[in-house]
Design a protein around this ligand. Structure first.
Ligand code: ADP
Ligand code: MG
Length: 253
């Protein structure tokens, strides 16, 4: 068994002659938390689209848990254990956080039963544990519409975890959040990192500093450099890439 949960070799994605990803190589250890940064247009979202099967590679190979994902479509890759959180929360606003989490635990079961059937005691334990993990104990039975933007983000991260993925992909989780909520989301991701492999894409450098162990910098569809936050921030190539672009992507160098 390989200790790499994800391995990407020579990945290229060609959109009508434009290389959104260009001979990209990447690997993630099982249990690792990795942050990916890079200016707008660097290929970060396309990179996640390839891992989840939304976009097919032009060339190159993606290996998840030791097996090529080639030939699998999105829902099959999700079942293999890849979970993705999109930038805007996708929760049911007229249900409570508890109900939203119960639905996610029942993702592959009958929706009617999930909504109106009684949850098993194991499911209740899972849901109660998740509510605690995401810090929504006092709001678990209010309509999700009443949650703040940051609380909705935490709820959606909880819903993703409820599906027990082995690899969590999280795209810009703190965009538009207050400083306090940013820190809460950071702490939640750090707690989840104790038992999951996680890739976080993020622009907010304060936040990256809070959670980052190893950082990968993408630029023009390929890996520019990798290392600790300090190493990456002092790399002249990274400084150049960010300084030239600072105004349009509000990413501090
Ligand atoms: P990032 O998330 O780092 O901002 P993206 O992965 O969204 O970057 O995009 C990388 C590049 O690929 C951009 O120049 C974008 O315009 C281009 N691109 C993304 N998706 C498509 C597509 N479906 N067709 C053509 N070009 C695309
Ligand atoms: Mg993007």
């Amino acid at each position: 068994m390989s200790e790499k949960i994800l391995q990407i070799e020579n990945l290229t994605v060609n959109f009508d002659g434009f290389r959104a990803l260009n001979n990209l190589n990447f690997s993630l250890d099982t249990g690792e938390l990795r942050v990916i940064i890079g200016p707008n247009g660097a290929g970060k979202t396309t990179f996640l689209d390839v891992i989840t099967g939304k976009t097919k590679p032009t060339t190159g190979q993606v290996t998840f848990k030791g097996k090529s994902i080639k030939g699998n479509v999105e829902y099959q890759i999700a079942r293999l254990g890849v979970g993705r959180k999109f930038q805007t929360p996708r929760i049911y606003l007229n249900l409570t956080p508890r109900e939203n989490l119960e639905l996610s635990c029942n993702r592959y079961k009958n929706v009617w039963n999930a909504l109106f059937g009684k949850p098993s005691s194991a499911e209740r334990r899972t849901v109660a544990g998740l509510i605690e993990t995401i810090g929504l104990e006092t709001k678990a039975d209010l309509k999700a519409a009443l949650l703040s933007h940051g609380e909705k983000q935490r709820l959606e991260i909880g819903m993703l975890v409820a599906q027990s993925p082995d690899l969590l992909l999280v795209d810009e989780p703190v965009a538009g959040l207050t400083d306090e909520e940013t820190e809460n989301v950071g702490n939640l991701l750090l707690a989840l990192a104790e038992s999951h492999s996680i890739i976080v894409i993020e622009h907010d450098m304060e936040f990256v500093r809070q959670i980052a162990r190893k950082v990968t910098v993408l630029h023009q569809g390929t890996v520019l450099c990798e290392g600790s936050m300090d190493e990456v921030q002092n790399d002249p190539r990274v400084i150049e890439v960010y300084l030239g672009k600072q105004e349009d992507d509000h990413a501090a160098a």
